[in-house]
Design a protein around this ligand. Structure first.
Ligand code: GRF
Length: 194
């Protein structure tokens, strides 16, 4: 299966996916696409020998559909079978999602359905939760919703800040996403729990 990865920032999840897809993996990365030229992950992708490009969302101002049309056309040049959102920080419209539904995954830094949206680590600490984690799910039009492919849990320790907790969760994201993509690409719908 040909995989395209959408990023917005450093792309550490993209790197984890690319590193894991060497050898006999049922999926391989064919393109890394960012929504800005200065996404740090673009150079990392190039260093891994993966085609990397960007479609800047800013010229489109509020016209999400126009941005997504360009994004879709650029993606289609790589003929991907699966789309992985990895630290991609743009909300996608129902139109875009419906074109990729069933073939698009995302990783979110919370134990969904808890804490959809942003600032998940601070919210978990604020709520006094004993544990936090991350979720890989299929992307549907509703934000951070969709069928769950896997989750990884980390304990929240006394003294944890949003930063220390985010770092622990990110480590688990780098284990969870490759495990979920491997199964998804192989047609295995069993859940990953780490
Ligand atoms: C991180 O906060 C991660 O939890 C979320 O996106 C952010 C950046 O990830 N998935 P990455 O390093 O760009 O993959």
């Amino acid at each position: 299966k040909r995989v395209a990865v959408l990023i917005s920032g450093g792309g550490s999840n993209m790197v984890a996916l690319a590193e894991s897809m060497k050898g006999d993996h049922p999926a391989r990365p064919v393109l890394v696409l960012a929504n800005s030229a200065d996404a740090g992950g673009l150079d990392k992708a190039r260093g891994l020998g993966i085609e990397a490009d960007h479609v800047d969302h800013r010229p489109f101002k509020g016209d999400r559909a126009a941005f997504e049309d360009v994004l879709h056309d650029r993606l289609m040049q790589a003929r991907p079978d699966i789309l992985c959102l990895a630290g991609f920080m743009r909300v996608l419209t129902e139109g875009f999602v419906s074109r990729w539904q069933g073939r698009m995954l995302n990783i979110h830094p919370s134990l969904l359905p808890k804490y959809r949206g942003l600032h998940t680590h601070a919210r978990a600490i604020e709520a006094g939760d004993r544990e936090h984690g991350c979720t890989v799910h299929e992307v549907t039009p509703a934000l951070d919703d969709g069928p769950i492919l896997g989750q990884a849990r980390v304990p929240i320790q006394p003294g944890d800040t949003a930063e220390t907790l985010a770092a622990k969760v990110l480590e688990q994201e780098h284990r969870l996403y490759p495990a979920c993509l491997r199964r998804f690409a192989a047609g295995d719908r069993s859940r990953v729990d780490l």
